[in-house]
Design a protein around this ligand. Sequence first.
Ligand SMILES: NC(=O)c1ccc[n+]([C@@H]2O[C@H](COP(=O)([O-])OP(=O)(O)OC[C@H]3O[C@@H](n4cnc5c(N)ncnc54)[C@H](OP(=O)(O)O)[C@@H]3O)[C@@H](O)[C@H]2O)c1
Length: 320
Amino acid sequence: MPRLIIVTGAGSGIGRATAERFAAHGDTVLLAGRRPDRLRATADGLRATVDGLKTPAGGLTASADGPTAPADGFRATADGHTAPAGGLRASADAATAPADGLRAPAEVPTAPPDGPDAASTRADVHCVAADLSQEAGALRLREHVEALGRPVDGVVCCAGAPAATAGDGGLKSVAAEWLDAYGSNVLTAVLTVEALTPLLADGASVVLYSSIAAYRGSAGSGAYGAAKSALHSYTHHLAARLGPRGVNVNAIAPGYVADTEFFGDRMTPARESLLIRQTALGRPGTPADVAGLAHFLCSPQGAYITSQILQVNGGSQHGV
Ligand SMILES: NC(=O)c1ccc[n+]([C@@H]2O[C@H](COP(=O)([O-])OP(=O)(O)OC[C@H]3O[C@@H](n4cnc5c(N)ncnc54)[C@H](OP(=O)(O)O)[C@@H]3O)[C@@H](O)[C@H]2O)c1
């Protein structure tokens, strides 16, 4: 039976590459993030590429979703997050309402026409649109996973974002900036993991995403690096807590990774050139560079690695 791997932030960048890596190795992946269109694009990409590779039963099928999303094939967020361009918006109580489109496992259209035995060997891709910085979003994710009716083998928390620095510099805007950074980078990971902990298989793996900014501070706003460093302590706490179940818990701290949406339009040529010069390898990281480590940590070869913060930065020097 394929493993079930949950990847947050899977609509772009490192999360998308991570989902691709696991799917290419025959795992069932559940993609989570706020924007349904981006998750759909990742799922479509997986189908286009992985179908041609050796998956256990040669197939990868996307699960459609409930009646709130007949055309999209996605669960809506439970917290009213507004999805762009044809996306979904659910009522605020969607996570607790039984008639909100949640389906029993038997209704999830992942069973192939050739019977239950084939179903157990077929890799699937599922999508859940949710704001994971909110309790309702994490509950939505858990409800979807519960509906799959099987334990979780890996949780890779890629969701994260730089701190929003717009503001007048007054204490109110400073507080908003730090709370935003904390929500995007700490709560997305903590709420996801805490929601899914009861569903983890013995011997499962958890991977969190820190940053080189946790070691050297973050340009623009100090809130981002500080938020990422909070995940280091949580990594150690969680490793100790879940160790008796054979679950390994680690954090990856990347340096500069290109081809993501992380920097938006904030990356200047001069800054990019500086970040590349700071590496020993003379190039930026790629999402695939980082995804490979997450995959390894979730493999049997990585099972004895736990409570570690692993840097993937091309030998980048410290110094903002
Ligand atoms: N790129 C780098 O140089 C770099 C360096 C060090 C660390 N990192 C870390 O690596 C991780 C992946 O980032 P990336 O570089 O791949 O950037 P990215 O392309 O912007 O991906 C981040 C993903 O997180 C999702 N996300 C953000 N807030 C969310 C929320 N509240 N709930 C659910 N999903 C949320 C975003 O999707 P939606 O907007 O659709 O929700 C997005 O797909 C992040 O944790 C980042 O901090 C990146």
